[in-house]
Design a protein around this ligand. Structure first.
Ligand code: ADP
Ligand code: TRP
Length: 321
């Protein structure tokens, strides 16, 4: 069984990305054959600065490796290194009804706001379908926001198979654990669009500063507080073991503490958790060839699989004479 997922290099990874997605990808790499890629072609729909895009792509690779993505267990590559996927996208596009894409939320949202969308954004789900179908993927772990796109890939596969005979494997979405929804410094969902993120790879001092930004209510120190509804407590729980969580919950219910102390404890816990990954990342940056070699080896393996699927499709459609 092949697990596949892509992650866009549109910003530095934050705690939400890690606990909501990356950590789960890393866990899955030991269960099944895993293909993970950095979706730089998708990122082109939002990032038009060439230096920024290539830097963010490399950063994403470094981040994933430092966080525990094991290139011996999973295949890590950059989306655009597999040209077969772009050809497959065109072939799939010829059989994709416009209505299917018009219903997709990224495009619909832009249109409803009166923002003009380009063909890249409109056809984004077809590239995503090619990413998935092009490697005979069985299982696609994604957040809830991407489930619609997996449905599109399934629709495209179904109608292609119906017309040309069985060519594609029918992929299944595996929805990432929603309870892992991470709040940002303002208590809303952590997202790079809301200026409320805490980046995974932050220097210790900068990390403390970001943590001090976390909003808190203005209740007096003596008051007892409900831990479950407090986003500072929720952030603490990302790191603490269950005994530490219970201890913290008891402190909340007792009252008589300052939020500053809790923030200090959170900073310590986060540093203990991500500090070793930051050190690994620093080592990796000293050897850029090592990372490039991993991406090249990953791309070679992915290309082999994509070439096999594309060949099947070229024969099925009559493109091969
Ligand atoms: P952002 O919201 O910052 O733009 P992305 O949409 O690029 O983040 O996120 C990539 C993946 O990371 C998502 O599909 C989702 O699974 C996960 N993710 C992002 N933010 C959070 C969050 N606050 N809590 C849990 N998971 C998240
Ligand atoms: N669109 C996905 C996102 O924004 C990234 C992605 C691109 C992807 N191609 C994919 C995810 C294929 C899963 C499978 O998060």
């Amino acid at each position: 069984m092949r697990v596949l997922s892509g992650i866009q290099p549109t910003g530095r990874f934050h705690w939400g990305n890690y606990f909501g997605a990356i950590r789960q990808y890393i866990q899955l790499q030991h269960e099944d054959e895993a293909f993970y890629f950095i979706a730089n072609l998708h990122a082109l729909t939002t990032i038009r600065d060439p230096q920024q895009l290539s830097q963010l792509t490399l950063d994403a690779a470094l981040d994933l490796l430092a966080l525990g993505l094991d290139p011996d267990a999973a295949t890590l590559f950059v989306q655009s290194d597999i040209p077969q996927i772009s050809e497959l996208t065109w072939i799939l596009m010829t059989g994709t009804p416009l209505g299917l894409l018009e219903r997709c939320h990224a495009f619909k949202e832009k249109k409803s706001k009166g923002i003009s969308a380009d063909a890249g954004l409109f056809t984004y789900p077809v590239l995503m379908a090619a990413d998935i179908l092009g490697y005979d993927s069985n299982c696609v772990p994604v957040g809830q926001d991407q489930v619609q796109h997996i449905e599109v890939a399934r629709d495209i596969a179904r109608s292609f198979n119906h017309h040309y005979g069985d060519c594609f494997v029918q992929p299944e979405a595996r929805i990432l654990d929603e309870s892992a929804k991470v709040p940002g410094t303002d208590g809303e969902k952590m997202s790079k669009s809301y200026d409320n993120i805490i980046p995974v790879f932050e220097e210790e001092k900068a990390l403390q500063k970001q943590i001090m930004r976390i909003s808190t209510d203005s209740r007096a120190m003596e008051d007892a507080k409900q831990p479950e509804t407090d986003h500072l407590y929720q952030l603490f729980c990302l790191f603490g073991k269950s005994a530490q969580q219970q201890e913290m919950a008891a402190i909340y219910r007792r009252g008589g503490f300052g939020y500053g102390d809790i923030k200090k404890q959170l900073a310590q816990a986060a540093e203990g958790y991500f500090g070793p990954a930051r050190e690994r990342r620093e080592k990796l940056t000293l050897d850029p060839d090592f990372v490039q070699d991993i991406l090249a080896a990953g791309a070679a393996k992915a290309r082999l699989k994509a070439a096999e699927v594309l060949d099947r499709v070229q024969h099925a459609t009559g493109l091969v004479r």
